[in-house]
Design a protein around this ligand. Sequence first.
Ligand code: KG4
Ligand code: ZN
Length: 338
Amino acid sequence: MLILGVESSCDDTAAAVVEDGHRVLSSVVSSQDDIHSKFGGIVPELASRRHIESIIPVVDSALLKASVTIGDIDGIAVTQGPGLVGSILIGLSFAKAVSFVRSIPFTGVNHIESHPLAAFLHETQEHEPPDFPFVSLIVSGGHTTLLLMESHTGYRILGQTLDDAAGEAFDKVAKLLGLGYPGGVAIDRLARTGDPDSARFTRPYIAKGSLDFSFSGIKTAVLTHVRGLKGAIDEKTLSDLSASFQEAVVDVLVDKALWALEATGSANLVVAGGVACNSRLRARLREAAQQEAIRLFIPPPKFCSDNGAMVAALGYHQIKKGATGTLDMNALPTWEGF
Ligand code: KG4
Ligand code: ZN
């Protein structure tokens, strides 16, 4: 079954063609970083307008790269929420229109729930997928969530952020260090040559065993630290600060993922979301997985950050179950529980 996945919940317009929920024939992402970077964050109205311009070219490109036509598509999966309402509506309206005209089913997908499905994706060689139930740590610009995935389409929320998301903390710290937006990649790069022990930022665990997160305090601690530094910040200090901040965030993410595995008795961990591209997080998780005999799945960066393939993967299972949408389906900017 060929599914066209469409994602437009935030600032990327993405489309992908995926066979049977795992084989990726194409995945195209059009980033909007160029328009939002000068504002230091996402401007929702500009995001919606760019989605309108991009959606058809992005889908056309995904079909072309997959060497298929719209007539070959069996169903459409589209992000229904959570996210920016104006942005979601572009993808959702597009999916409804194509579904109606082509007489094929469509299904509305939870963006957060779709991130872990990236662990099932492959382009060439198929790999052993994770076993259910598995723990998924989803770390992105909008969410930091621990889910217990009980099936492809069933999950339990184990914990989530009480304030800033991990990616949001990266972006805010990058902004205050003058590194531009989005800043996660810049911090990752600078941290490689920095000393993670140069500044000791408190690790926000909330309570021993708690699976919730809180990152706004670290951001404020970095701000206070920077204010205490007199004069211009040189390159070495920037690297040291980046490494110290990153280490604090990574410590918490790794420890809480391990606590979640312990609490659920699962030995399978899937990590996804834009922050899962972070090289230090990936290295620390690999180390922990080796020590603790964990089956760790971190998709390649293109399937960690927002993409249409993960949406198609979840949508495939929903359509197979008969969970298809109707034309009166609305966007869900806040999805119950998230
Ligand atoms: O999942 P994503 O592409 O979009 C959503 O927010 O849903 O995640 C984007 C976030 C941004 O906050 C970005 O700064 C962060 O992921 N990010 C990183 C890295 N690459 C992207 N954070 C840390 N290190 C990275 N290498
Ligand atoms: Zn996302």
